[in-house]
Write a protein that binds this ligand. Sequence first.
Ligand SMILES: *Cc1c(COP(=O)(O)O)cnc(C)c1O
Length: 397
Amino acid sequence: MSELALKAEKLDAADELAGVRSQFVLGGDVVYLDGNSLGALPVSVPGRVEDVVRRQWGELRIRSWDESGWWTAPERIGDRIAPLVGAAAGQIVVGDSTSVNVFKAVVAAVRMAGSGRDEIVVDATTFPTDGYIAESAARMTGCTVRPVTPAEVPGVLGDRTAAVLLNHVDYRTGRLHDLPALTAAVHAAGAVAVWDLCHSAGALPVGLDEHGVDLAVGCTYKYLNGGPGSPAYLYVREELQDRFDSPLPGWNSHAEPFGMRPAYEPAPGALRGRVGTPDILSMLALEAALDVWDGDGVSVGAVRAKSLALTDFFLECVASYVPSGRVESVTPVAHAERGSQVALRCADAGDVMKRLIERGVVGDFRHPDVLRFGFTPLYVGFGDVERAARVLGDLVR
Ligand SMILES: *Cc1c(COP(=O)(O)O)cnc(C)c1O
């Protein structure tokens, strides 16, 4: 056995989260390093979904809106996500896609910022949907979009800045941005900070309340394992909720939804982030998936510590197994700048990823030349990491 394989055994033996792995369905002899695209299935989900479908829908039917807690699911599940992103209860609602929530948040941010502010600063390296939506939100609100890299953000803020839309972790490089410092800079300029947490929630501490973030959005099918297309969430800081003027004021966000009034009056609190009838089946699958976080010793802090150990070990194994110069990590080495993934630039990355998957190592390819490996500490072990790097080394040699 190689030295690194022995080290992996030792690290796995000392891993306090190792037991959580049995709460996931991880069939086949596969190393799954794509949980940053679609989290694995928690074992508790199929039974819960079956109950929701057969009993709550099949037998109770309309009564379930009340008796099964369907109506209040968006805020109840929001309160389950809250501690994972450092938020007190009453500030998060679950529903709609991330893209839709980016729209709500950016338009609401501009409306909050007030007159005279007509610029939306957007991360130029963002996941495309955020940029597309910000561009449309800008046209609708009479703003212009200013795309800059996150490092350039402090230098472009000013009296005209209305809102700043940033990613906590870059989806391609895995770079973790400095949320406290950037949020403080946005506030110093009198603007509203909107953070996209898709690649950080469930993988590392976010500290929304602590750092005074104004608005935030995120998906739940990556590190929160909610399942394909599971609903996203929207955070509205408590002090701003009265001023949150949704561009999608559907009846679910009305102060009295069953009053069926012709005039709109927003519900108090985070509820005004709701829109229409929630997607109950997906939402309740997500609720079951979140049970994993109730386990002994499972915390965002423990997850972060293991995540850094996994990515450190992966980089060590890659350095040892992959011929030098064949791949180049574009993920920062400094822990303070690293999310829970490692992205390797590699010639023929598309073809290499195809062959990795054939050999049972599942990551993904990001255009044009990036091999992306996501590390979900709840179900990825150090043995997986060693094998992934070893197979990669064999393939590119
Ligand atoms: C995954 C991801 C999305 C996904 O948006 P959907 O509307 O859920 O498809 C958006 N933004 C970022 C930064 C992402 O990583």
